[in-house]
Design a protein around this ligand. Structure first.
Ligand code: APR
Length: 320
């Protein structure tokens, strides 16, 4: 059986890391696409030459022509510009919306059967726009945010409790921005919910609140340190987890920016929710019960995403 084909639209910091991870995990053959001439070709060649030492079998190709993504099984989109210090993800909206138009049209023409994972920010609005521009089925287009935000939360919690990150589970819902909703009630250490750990005296509510805030600011913390761009190792790893769930029909329960129509009282919008990802793409949306405070946070996050979608419609009338 032929190896799956993975098209990476955008061969920058995240794109290059995605290609390396996809190769090392032997998820399939990789096409790195970018408008910048030479960058995808150079990265493809460099990664291919790590193959003999690493021992993977995967073909790497760099491309500047959408025809090269033809028949891709998975497309992961990072095309666009990242944040600089002082910028919010929302500041990228105008530039990246135009990029989503060309990417959406390119995917629709050459890889209409692909499972598409968008990473470009501001995430929830960009994945919505990409779906609109591409016209692909909603269950085949989603955004990577919740896996990353949850991973950040899990990392900070593992430091606080001094336990393995593997034994920490965490849930972050809502939009991928300052209003994201880390759910402490549904986050655990070895199955023990965080509020119980506070009661047991393993941490304090104050410390937990600090970790929640650090999670919300997780991307900005890295932008502030790097100064020239935004995070790329963990975002790439998170998207690869989603791509693998699709390619191997793993039915993973992963939070991602999915099209929600009915659940959470929403009528057809993209926002971060728990999903099941398998061969059918986003196969299920898990409609968990939120308490009053959680619902209030979720509502605020949903309003923020709606505002960005409205801004997109204002910029590009074909979306209105
Ligand atoms: N088509 C294809 N590629 C494009 C286009 C386009 N229209 N416009 C820009 N690109 C490419 C750039 O040439 C660059 O190589 O997208 C790549 C983006 O790479 P980086 O600038 O390194 O950004 P990166 O850190 O990978 O982040 C990409 O993901 O997390 C988000 O906020 C982040 O929106 C940003 C995106």
């Amino acid at each position: 059986m032929a190896r799956p084909k993975i098209a990476l639209i955008g061969a920058g910091q995240i794109g290059g890391t995605l290609a390396h991870l996809a190769a090392m995990k032997e998820l399939g053959d990789v096409v790195l696409f970018d408008i910048s001439e030479g960058t995808p070709q150079g990265k493809a060649l460099d990664i291919a030459q790590s193959g003999p030492s690493e021992g993977f079998d995967a073909r790497m190709k760099g491309a500047n022509d959408y025809a090269d993504i033809a028949g891709a099984d998975v497309c992961i989109v990072t095309a666009g510009v990242p944040r600089k210090p002082g910028m919010s993800r929302d500041d990228l909206l105008g530039i990246n919306l135009k990029v989503m138009k060309s990417v959406g049209e390119g995917i629709a023409k050459h890889a209409p059967d692909a499972f598409v994972i968008c990473i470009t920010n501001p995430l929830d609005a960009m994945v919505w726009a990409l779906r609109e521009f591409s016209g692909l089925p909603h269950n085949k287009v989603c955004g990577m945010a919740g896996v990353l935000d949850s991973a950040r939360f899990r990392h900070f919690l593992s430091l606080e409790f001094n336990v393995s990150m593997r034994d920490v589970t965490a849930f972050v819902l809502g939009g991928h921005g300052d209003t994201m909703v880390p759910l402490t009630r549904y986050s655990t250490v070895a199955g023990i919910p965080l509020p119980d750990l506070v009661k047991m005296g393993w941490t304090t509510q104050e410390k937990l609140d600090g970790i929640v805030q650090r999670t919300r600011d997780g991307g900005a913390e890295i932008v502030g340190l790097l100064k020239t761009g935004s995070a790329f190792y963990a975002p790439a790893t998170s998207a690869i987890e989603m791509a693998e769930a699709y390619l191997k029909d793993q039915k993973r329960v992963l939070p991602c920016a999915a099209h929600v129509d009915g659940a959470y009282g929403l009528k057809g919008m993209y926002v971060g929710v728990p999903t099941v990802i398998g061969a059918g793409g986003v196969e299920k949306i898990i409609d968990i019960k939120l308490d009053r405070d959680e619902q209030a946070m979720m509502d605020k996050s949903i309003e923020a995403v709606k505002g960005l979608v409205e801004a997109c419609k204002g910029i590009d009338s074909s979306l209105a």
